[in-house]
Design a protein around this ligand. Sequence first.
Ligand code: UD1
Length: 333
Amino acid sequence: MTGGAGYIGSHTVVELLAAGHEAVVFDNLVNSSPLAVDAVRRIANREVRLVRGDIADADGLDAVLGGAGFDAVIHFAALKAVAQSVADPLRYYRNNVAGTATLLDRMAAHGVKTIVFSSSAAVYGNPRTVPITEDEPTEPQSPYARSKVMVEDLLRDLDAADPTWRISVLRYFNAVGAHPSGHLGEDPVGTPANLLPYVAQVAMGRRDFVPVFGDDYATADGTGVRDYLHVCDLARGHLLALEHLAAGPRFTVHNLGTGLGSSVYDVIHAFERACGRALPTRVVARRTGDIVVSIADPERARTDFGWQPAHDLDACCRDLWRWCQTHPNGFGD
Ligand code: UD1
């Protein structure tokens, strides 16, 4: 599993182990911590091998892929900060696109031809209609989002060229929350770019107020609407997608989202319920490049492999708050 020490990757290792699979984590630890893998071991009560390596390093990949007989690779490893991708696009294309091409090349060389790829709702850009089905045309708005579309295209070409590949593309909506054990969660480096980690830091007293990026959008309360899903639900989706691939399809694309939209204020109020205190907010300018509404149509994942989210936004906030209380400085504690 590439990127298995990261936020979504580490939660997915927990799900895989709980289902009786074995996993090797391959991660360069640039945006993640080996302590996340320790937490996984603790939750699963199982040993998990962590290999420090980069997907751009063919020799490092060969060393791992040549060992255990892998059935599949779940490929999370990527850079994901939108603003950073605008400032440094080459880094994004090198890591996310060229790195994935190297990974696929080495997988093929070792006869491992099943992959689950972490794509993003960002590939849709500003959708024409919501909820968004997988048939919505892609219209990426940033180098980050374009890097995801490019890999999707690469995978489609690979399928056309070699029918022995089994490929699942998962388009994530907004992953939030933490493992209910309180041992595993998101540990953003520096100022959080995403809403829920920021709200959590306000609740912990580390920041003064939540900046609301515009309240004059054409939505019910004027703020941006997103489809927030619990990271454990998202993690389970990978397991089901893998099982679905084993049943035969060659190339699949699925949205993973709840189908429900929440505004910025809905999120803040849910977190207030979880932490038991009012959180100060301040309306500030819109964030450049933000879309207005993003809500998944998750029907295909439900029909094809029975995936349904089990947690609502309140549960996401409760689990995130538990993680904040047990680990106020992330894995640094
Ligand atoms: C962002 C990325 C997306 C990426 C996803 C996961 C952009 C434009 N999109 O999604 O490509 O896949 O993160 O990493 O960056 N908000 C505030 N105050 C804040 C933070 C956010 O009001 O301090 C608002 C935003 O305007 C938005 C909503 O909260 O309406 C959610 O924002 P965020 O958590 O950053 O997620 P996305 O923008 O959906």
